[in-house]
Design a protein around this ligand. Structure first.
Ligand code: ARG
Ligand code: ZN
Length: 439
């Protein structure tokens, strides 16, 4: 597209999610200045998107679901805008040239409307709770609370300036720029995520929280917060988050971010999400196995991100395999015995769902998790422990803060092992039916 003089495309080019993300530019930084009042559930503020054009742009899109846009400026000048479905189209007063850096500020307000009936994903996005907000956006719910290039192929850094009623805590990714500042009836929290982050990992959790901060034994800053209903869990959540993050740094290589942590709210999401630096647990005290899963995502999914959703096993297969490694480390079932138990389920539906092609209509299918993890264990048996763990570390370091594809993983596995693994990966990732394995 470089060089074409036109409007940016309404999608980033993910064949399974054609409306997600946008073409023509690459976001570098989001600055979200937002006020949220849990009593009215209204979100009011602005988002400034700093981006680089990758083509000449007469107009471009952002993803935004619901909410009312009152004003858009580009480079400080008034810009035209229109809404159609979840697309916000911006027409700058003067076209943007290929390669130029530009910033667009969108002023908006309203009661966020989470995504409810998209395939089989449940409710996600910005969800109002009794005392604040619960924000889990995978795969494409960032657009429910800020205008974005809502696809993991375009990662960016973030600044969050969140104003809430005094007494409410606002938590986002990364670290706090300073202590919260209360003036009159409101308190402003400033958080910064200085490492690139996919839009679905951005969060603003608000509400009543008990907080514990400190550092892990290896020196990684920890921020743990729990809804008061889970007060008795705070210390273990804090301690285990640090202990598990340290352990993964030994297995996967250096922790990619500047802090780790956890947020446990009383909203029953029925799932957890690996929000960058602060996994969210929705209404349950997580086992260390679940925490091990979400914290492994910091390397696999968050630092090394997918380029298109069909490669989701690169996130979920790796994080599920991490659960098995944790189980073994914790003196429970070994990874090998977990693998064997699944392999023996000859009639499991996962054998008819190739995990290397996650389906839009069933993105988080168990196969993507379990058969994805089995693929890694089978690979480990195939190439042996030293090469397998060297590969995993190399995967994390080579694509640190970036994006990658299944093809790149296969190529690296072949290069590290000096083996042709085409038939192996074909059977485990791309074909229906249970692959042959010696167990
Ligand atoms: N990535 C999450 C996990 O495995 C699951 C997210 C599910 N998303 C959803 N909208 N239901 O921990
Ligand atoms: Zn996961």
């Amino acid at each position: 597209m470089r060089g074409a003089s036109s409007a940016g495309a309404p999608g980033i080019g993910d064949a399974d999610f054609p409306e997600d993300g946008n073409g023509g530019y690459d976001v570098e930084h989001y600055t979200l200045k937002l006020s949220y009042d849990p009593a009215t559930k209204r979100l009011v503020g602005s988002a400034t998107v700093q981006a680089e054009a990758v083509q000449d742009l007469t107009a471009f899109h952002l993803d935004l679901h619901g909410l009312t846009v009152s004003r858009v400026t580009v480079g400080g000048a008034e810009a035209g805008f229109g809404r159609q479905g979840d697309e916000l189209t911006v027409t700058p007063a003067t076209p943007i040239t290929d390669g130029a850096r530009f910033d667009v500020t969108v002023h908006y307000s309203g009661v966020p409307d989470p995504i409810r009936n998209y395939a089989n994903l449940g409710t996600y996005g910005f969800i109002a709770t009794a005392d604040g907000s619960f924000v889990t956006c995978e795969p494409n719910g960032a657009k429910t609370w800020f205008p974005s290039n809502d696809h993991p192929a375009d990662k960016a850094t973030y600044t969050f300036e969140i104003t809430v009623p005094a007494g409410v805590t606002a938590i986002a990714n990364g670290e706090q720029a300073g202590p919260p500042v209360t003036s009159g009836a409101t308190t402003k929290f400033v958080w910064r995520e200085k490492h690139p982050m996919a839009s679905y990992l951005a969060t603003m959790m608000t509400g009543k929280f008990d907080v514990r901060t400190g550092t892990s034994p290896a020196g990684i800053p920890i921020y743990a917060a729990v809804d008061p209903a889970f007060r008795s869990t705070l210390d273990s959540l804090y301690t285990e988050s640090g202990r598990i993050t340290d352990y993964w740094a030994g297995v996967f290589g250096p922790y990619p971010f500047s802090s780790t942590g956890a947020v446990l709210d009383d909203y029953s999401a029925g799932y957890a999400l690996e929000n960058q630096t602060k996994p969210i647990y929705g209404g349950f005290s997580p086992t260390t196995g679940i925490m091990a899963h979400e914290l492994a995502h910091q390397w696999f999914g968050n630092s090394v991100s997918i380029t298109r959703w069909k490669d989701l096993w690169l996130n979920e297969g790796f994080a599920t395999y991490a659960e098995w490694l944790w189980s073994e480390h914790d003196g429970k079932a070994s990874a090998d015995s977990v693998f064997r138990a699944y392999y023996e389920k000859a009639l499991d539906p996962m054998w008819s769902y190739p995990p290397g092609r996650a389906q839009r209509a069933d993105l988080f299918n168990n196969s993507v998790y379990t058969r994805g993890a089995m693929t890694l264990h089978a690979l480990r048996r195939e190439i042996g422990d030293p090469l397998f763990f060297a590969l995993i570390k190399k995967w994390a370091s080579t694509h640190r803060y970036g994006n990658a594809t299944t093809e790149q993983f296969i190529a690296m596995a072949q290069q590290v092992s000096a083996r042709n693994l085409t038939a192996f990966f074909d059977g485990w990732l791309f074909r229906t039916g249970r692959p042959a394995a010696t167990i």
